[in-house]
Design a protein around this ligand. Structure first.
Ligand code: PLP
Length: 386
């Protein structure tokens, strides 16, 4: 494989140096099991508590609200499982129509006849009016709204949704996987349940967390030992937790020093170049608040359109279609269908997602490559990328 430029950070990201170093140091320093009764175990337990405190400080919650998990799929499943075990048998759960499949399918599994989808506008934003009106009439047992969508990058009004849920005393769950590390995490700790994972913001795979109530009983998805206050059995991934926090702290620091700002401009420049390079393309969610790293583009209906990903790959660019989980499947993304795109249109959407490491030159090169694929598919046309 020749040199590839990576534009699929929403699927997973490379481990950043600070996180890698933290992981290496932790595996050497903390060799014990945090549950072991000796000082080596206690040292590992202390390191884990320290990581918990640092993460809680970023989210703005009590350290004991944090449960370490293997990743967000587990965290999200754990939330739905907990409510399936504890809710009144008639209570519904309401989840937004654009949640990640690990929320939608877990809800489908645990609440097959008691699950309602919160609709979204054609811009890909959850319909707050719908939520306010419906909540004034019925009380579900849980409302789930993600912070930022993984396919479109469109930011969701989770603060407003949380406020409405508070008004009616309905627990609120926010999947913050794509928000964390790209937008400051402040305030997320106010949600009753929050999920996140390290590998989307420069930490390693296989480590995530769930912010959940520490008092009362969160039902563990996994049976075994009493770790994590009985909320998640299994030996904790100490080095993973430490490197997750190292990555998130580094990202928060970069944001605090203004490093995200120019990146919004780089994404906007790319969008302009893309529209020139592939006339007729449409930026999904254009004009709405979106993650600075994500562009979902409905590509023009040109010959061989279905092969954009393959053709861009041949030119050295790793890009995606819908979410990573639906890549390779023929079905159009449920996120795009929920936004009222026709199935045939949804299959024409490409997702470009950059990372902190991506340079403006790489964005420009990507736009040029899109132009090349477009012109190759339309020999009669010319491209105008600068
Ligand atoms: N939630 C969202 C919004 C995601 O984008 C993803 C991954 O794509 C997940 C959950 C699942 O996360 P993990 O890969 O840690 O299981």
């Amino acid at each position: 494989m020749g040199q590839m430029i990576y534009f699929d950070y929403n699927a997973t990201s490379p481990v950043m140096p600070a996180s890698r170093q933290a992981w290496l140091d932790a595996t050497e320093q903390f060799i014990g099991n945090p549950s072991s009764p000796h000082r080596i175990g206690a040292r590992a337990d202390g390191a884990l508590s320290d990581a918990r405190e640092r993460l809680a400080a970023i989210l703005g919650c009590d350290p004991l609200d944090i449960v370490w998990t293997s990743g967000a799929t587990e965290s999200n499943n754990a939330v739905l499982h907990h409510f399936a075990r504890t809710l009144d048998p008639k209570a519904e759960v309401w989840i937004s129509a654009i949640e990640h499949p690990c929320v939608i399918q877990a809800a489908q599994h645990y609440f097959p006849r008691r699950r309602r989808l919160v609709p979204v506008t054609p811009d890909g934003i959850i319909d707050l009016d719908w939520l306010a009106v419906e909540l004034s009439e019925t009380r579900p047992g849980l409302v789930a709204v993600m912070a930022a969508n993984n396919v479109t990058g469109v930011l969701q009004p989770w603060r407003e949704a949380l406020a409405i849920c508070r008004q009616y005393k309905v627990p609120f769950f926010c999947d913050a996987v794509q928000w964390l590390g790209k937008i400051p995490a402040k305030g997320l700790g106010d949600c009753d349940f929050v999920s996140g994972c390290a590998h989307k913001f420069g930490g390693p795979r296989g480590i995530g967390f769930l912010k959940c109530p520490n008092k009362g009983h969160v039902q563990s998805l996994i049976f075994g030992g009493p770790q994590e206050e009985g909320r998640r059995a299994g030996t904790e991934n100490v080095a993973g937790a430490i490197s997750l926090v190292a990555a998130l702290e580094a990202r928060e620091k970069a944001m605090a020093s203004g490093e995200a700002k120019p990146r919004v401009g780089w994404r906007e420049d790319f969008e302009r170049h893309l529209l020139e390079a592939a006339p007729g393309a449409i930026i999904v969610g254009k004009g709405k608040r979106r993650l600075w790293n994500t562009v979902a583009a409905l590509m023009p209906d040109v010959a061989a359109q279905a092969r954009w990903v393959v053709k861009l790959d041949k030119l050295g660019f790793a890009v995606s279609t819908g979410s990573a989980c639906s890549t390779g499947k023929e079905e159009p993304s449920h996120v795009l269908c929920a936004m009222s795109l026709k199935p045939a249109e949804a299959t024409r959407v490409l997702r470009f997602s950059s990372g902190w490491e991506t340079t403006p030159d790489e964005w420009t090169a990507l736009a040029e490559a899109v132009g090349k694929v477009y012109v190759d598919a339309n020999p009669m046309r010319t491209q105008t990328v600068p």
